[in-house]
Design a protein around this ligand. Structure first.
Ligand code: PLP
Length: 281
């Protein structure tokens, strides 16, 4: 396959990382994952704006404008004949002799590649199991940074428990999944953690909120407790790759007998309509 690396389209086998790339040594960089349906990016503008916001938060000057990057990414999708899949991209602060403080004059390093990936139809239809874990991450989870060790450790705990995702909590509040946002539904009303420094403001999360507002579904952006999670009528998670995935169990306890809730189903339908609206059938 073809990879876009520092402005050049090159074969995957030729894409090499320098041992002193700051992304490699420090996790000093930022990334995005964009869904591609029917060869078209879904919510590209929102993802690229978040990438730009992340870069500003850590002081990396990305080498492209959003419109320049959009054109390059479209070209990459075409070169790889990608229909349904994902587009991964990252900027690191660049290559420089190892030293914690920022190098003064270094160009950021960029790489993007595509991967075919089907929609997760089985999980969307049948739901997934989860466990709760303590959120041990730092307090700038709003930055989509390459430093993912806390997330990786949380996901590994889920994998070891035979679950799809870990639901993280900080003090008494549920924050988010290891790579997803978490939602509860009670009496038809939905709720998710507010977009502050303790969660990543998911692009899927933002789309769900918009869909709720357009369709008269009440939504509250306010942290909830583990107790609220366990007592909820419905629980689901959201992410670029997982879309709107029902959660049917938390710590082996079924959420409302393990059935998929009506509000979750409704949001799944609205989400698919949004995909079709932007990317076609
Ligand atoms: N929270 C974390 C920590 C994530 O890594 C992700 C995405 O992978 C999300 C939330 C969901 O964000 P998005 O909907 O933009 O994929």
């Amino acid at each position: 396959s073809t990879v876009l690396m520092n402005g050049e389209f090159i074969p995957r086998e030729e894409a090499k990382v320098d041992i002193e790339d700051r992304g490699y040594q420090f996790g000093d960089g930022i990334y995005e994952v964009i869904r591609v349906y029917n060869g078209k990016m879904f919510m590209a503008k929102e993802h690229l704006e978040r990438l730009s916001a992340s870069s500003e938060k850590i002081g990396i000057a990305t080498s492209y404008s959003i419109s320049e990057l959009t054109i390059l990414l479209e070209e990459l999708i075409a070169k790889n004949s990608l229909s349904t899949g994902i587009l991964y991209m990252q900027f690191t602060r660049g290559v420089s002799p190892r030293n914690h403080s920022y190098p003064e004059t270094v160009a950021p390093a960029f790489v993007a590649y595509t991967k075919p990936l089907s929609r997760p139809l089985d999980n969307l239809e049948n739901g997934v199991g989860t466990i709760t874990v303590e959120d041990i991450r730092w307090s700038r989870c709003d930055i989509k940074s390459l430093n993912l060790l806390g997330n990786v450790m949380a996901k590994q705990k889920a994998a070891e428990a035979g679950c799809f995702e870990s639901i993280q909590y900080r003090d008494l509040s549920v924050t988010e999944g290891s790579s997803s946002n978490i939602w509860i539904v009670n009496g038809g009303k939905i709720r998710t953690h507010e977009a502050n420094q303790f969660i990543l403001n998911g692009i899927t999360r933002q789309k769900i909120i918009q869909l709720c507002e357009e369709n008269g579904i009440e939504v509250e952006e306010k942290a909830f407790s583990i107790e609220d999670l366990i007592d909820a009528d419905e629980v689901f998670l959201s992410s670029t790759t997982a879309e709107v995935t029902p959660i049917t169990a938390v710590n082996n306890v079924p959420v409302k007998e393990g059935n998929i809730g009506e509000v979750t189903k409704k949001l799944q339908d609205l989400f698919v309509e949004a995909i079709v609206g932007e990317c076609g059938q």
